[in-house]
Write a protein that binds this ligand. Sequence first.
Ligand SMILES: Nc1ncnc2c1ncn2[C@@H]1O[C@H](COP(=O)(O)OP(=O)(O)OP(=O)(O)O)[C@@H](O)[C@H]1O
Ligand code: NI
Length: 342
Amino acid sequence: MARLSVTDLSVTYRTGDGDLTAVDRVTFDIQDNEIFGIVGESGCGKSTLGDSFLQLLDENGSISGGSIVYDGMDLAAMTDRELADEVRGNKISMIFQDPNASLDPVYTVGQQLVETITKHLDMNKKAARERAIELLDDVGIPDPEDRIDNYPHSFSGGQLQRIVIAIALSCEPGLLIADEPTTGLDVSIQAQILDLLEELAESHETSIVMITHDLGVVAEICDRVGVMYAGNMVEIAPIQQLFDAPRHPYTQALLDSIPERHGMKEDLTVIPGHPPDLRQPPTGCRYNPRCDQVCGMECETGDVPPTYDVEGTDVMCYLYDEGVNEAYEGPTNIVAEPGGDD
Ligand SMILES: Nc1ncnc2c1ncn2[C@@H]1O[C@H](COP(=O)(O)OP(=O)(O)OP(=O)(O)O)[C@@H](O)[C@H]1O
Ligand code: NI
């Protein structure tokens, strides 16, 4: 059974000039002990999706449809109070790009850890402090017995992010949502934080949703990845499969735009055009104005494409619909290995 199941989730912001649907009928799930990446260009709705799980949306934003089922509860239908009491920091926690936003400068890191631990777990202050020291040690803070009584300003950015991770994991949540957790950090520190998250996910049996615009981060630690475009989840695939056989024209263009690190490729392909205005998205597939593989009328004038299962990749694209794309012969045109099951 999936640890988290998101079904037909939509999130809408009310703005001065009309409603803007930043997340549009998104469906996916996250398995136990899985690191699931969410990627896409700026403004495609990644943070809105991540924030909606714990209803941490700005006040003009709200869930306008669908469900988010975790541990038998529909988070989308819960009140703020219920989420605060039963879910936030306890079953699901969240970390952001800027660790300072999650820490209070007037309390020591120990006070902040102990507060989170005693709030959610049945522990007295002394036991909580011991646990806090262990956690700081787990996330790689040197001399945790001494450092625990220091204030946030005396730590580096990378150390602060480690402390935020310690707080997020202090109550053993089943799910951690990480929104660009390494974006502001030096490249070498970024790699260390990703290693730490991967290690902790395993040792604490926590699933992670990793929100990032960086396909390098995804390649580094994710098991599966969802690609978002203009509020839609256009492709979901296991990580290796996404890189080896991207199915959606947008994913293909995104992968082409990565500069090859040591290889031949010199031109950085930038996808022509811009993402649409989400107040008035194009009809048909939202990517059609930029797509180089439009295959029929449906792409431009139909509904948003349904999701097709193409050899284990979920892809929202009419290229894989025999009714729209006459050239499509289906994934079954692949010759089976001799001696295989079928
Ligand atoms: N509070 C808000 N009010 C109105 N529109 C908003 C609000 N927050 C976000 N949006 C809009 O919702 C869309 C999705 O934004 P979101 O921040 O979720 O994207 P993102 O993929 O996380 O982008 P980035 O990579 O830049 O963080 C964008 O069009 C954005 O302008
Ligand atoms: Ni974001």
